[in-house]
Design a binder for this molecule. Structure first.
Ligand SMILES: *[C@@H]1O[C@H](CO)[C@@H](O)[C@H](O)[C@H]1NC(C)=O
Ligand SMILES: *[C@@H]1O[C@H](CO)[C@@H](O)[C@H](O)[C@H]1NC(C)=O
Ligand SMILES: *[C@@H]1O[C@H](CO)[C@@H](O)[C@H](O)[C@H]1NC(C)=O
Ligand SMILES: *[C@@H]1O[C@H](CO)[C@@H](O)[C@H](O)[C@H]1NC(C)=O
Ligand SMILES: *[C@@H]1O[C@H](CO)[C@@H](O)[C@H](O)[C@H]1NC(C)=O
Ligand SMILES: *[C@@H]1O[C@H](CO)[C@@H](O)[C@H](O)[C@H]1NC(C)=O
Ligand SMILES: *[C@@H]1O[C@H](CO)[C@@H](O)[C@H](O)[C@H]1NC(C)=O
Length: 288
């Protein structure tokens, strides 16, 4: 069975590395937040468990055999958690946590089981806060489109470095700009030639970039790091990009709307992030 083989393969690969850190999310109170969870195999999910390390025996979200169960759900999450994609197409196992509050801040873990194989736990840190930086935003696009990844720096100071990363990809950046030029050697191959600055004049410290001709494989979390002469590299923005297959060319088609397709490459990506984080991927991307 190809499905099982592929799941096993991914499992073994990730197992060596241990649990996987998927990234950090920020939101303001009252917002709905997508907690991303990837299933690198793309196979249908048998069981999906979202939990928080502090909640003993209680779940944030529990899904098995195509339905969710509230029995052991922690009361604070009743009615607030939904699957992002009802049919978990391509194995996306993300959920939406609605109307977040400050005390929703903390670590969330998802565990995906396919057939009887559990993939390593993925974890994400959510910070809900009134102050501080902007919310993480979600951007949806269809394959083939150009997408702006917005990142504003509030400072007037000249930007010395802009780095866009995808934490789930190994080592190299999505975009690496320093001393007024793009450094392709620090750029992941799949992004070379596809990312450019929106505002080459750096007006108002704008660190937004244009990602061209997106594919479903560009789905993921993008983080914008900006450095100025008096500010060391700072995470200014997280953008969760979801790219759907281009809707079929049928007149008045509503197909494809909101169908988020899964990450196809995380075998390397997810594992790579864990590795990268723990062996100092930052230094590979050049000094800050
Ligand atoms: C989340 O927070 C915990 C505790 O503060 C930390 O150990 C962990 O590395 C963080 N994970 C990520 C993905 O940032
Ligand atoms: C799961 O539920 C969805 C939506 O209700 C349905 O389309 C799909 O066929 C179901 N899958 C299985 C394996 O039962
Ligand atoms: C994307 O941008 C490129 C140039 O930057 C342009 O040639 C192309 O037409 C754009 N594609 C779309 C779908 O807008
Ligand atoms: C970036 O700044 C511009 C101009 O100040 C503003 O219109 C835009 O909404 C900002 N974008 C974000 C994502 O904050
Ligand atoms: C930054 O660039 C984005 C995208 O072009 C634009 O919408 C925004 O207004 C710009 N912000 C500033 C402050 O120039
Ligand atoms: C956009 O990407 C697709 C698939 O990756 C490729 O076939 C196509 O040639 C690309 N289009 C442009 C304008 O680069
Ligand atoms: C996405 O990645 C997979 C695996 O690397 C590859 O087989 C597939 O062609 C890619 N799809 C697109 C649209 O680039």
């Amino acid at each position: 069975m190809a499905t099982l083989t592929s799941a096993q393969h991914v499992f073994m690969f990730l197992w060596i590395i241990g649990s996987v850190a998927a990234g950090d999310l920020k939101a303001k109170p009252g917002k709905d937040v997508t907690l991303p969870c990837n299933n690198p195999t793309g196979s249908a999910v048998t069981k999906l468990v979202w939990s928080r390390p502090g909640l003993k025996d209680k779940y944030v979200f529990f899904f098995r055999d195509n339905r969710s169960y509230e029995t052991n759900q922690d009361p604070r999450y009743h009615g607030r958690v939904e699957l992002k994609d009802l049919q978990m197409k391509n194995g996306v196992a993300s959920v939406v946590l609605k109307n977040v509050d400050i005390d929703d801040s903390g670590t969330y873990e998802c565990e995906v089981t396919i057939s009887s194989i559990s993939l390593p736990v993925q974890s994400i840190n959510l910070t809900v806060s009134k102050e501080d930086s902007e919310d993480s935003v979600e951007v949806r696009a269809n394959a083939g489109e150009n997408v702006t990844l917005q990142c504003n720096s509030s400072t007037d100071a000249a930007i010395t470095k802009i780095k866009w990363d995808r934490p789930d990809l190994k080592g190299l950046s999505v975009f690496f700009f320093r001393d007024n030029k793009l450094h392709e050697i620090y750029q992941n191959l799949r992004y070379r030639g596809r990312v450019e600055r929106k505002d080459p004049e750096m007006k108002n410290g704008n660190a937004s970039v244009l990602l061209k001709n997106v594919t479903v494989n560009d789905t993921g979390m993008y983080q914008c790091w900006v450095t100025t002469p008096n500010m060391p590299g700072k995470l200014l923005r997280s953008v969760h990009l979801i790219v759907s297959e281009r809707p079929p060319k049928v007149p008045s088609s509503k197909v494809g709307l909101g169908v988020a397709l899964g990450l196809v490459c995380p075998l390397v990506g997810v594992a790579g992030f864990a590795l990268g984080r723990h062996v100092g991927l930052k230094s590979k991307s050049g000094p800050l």
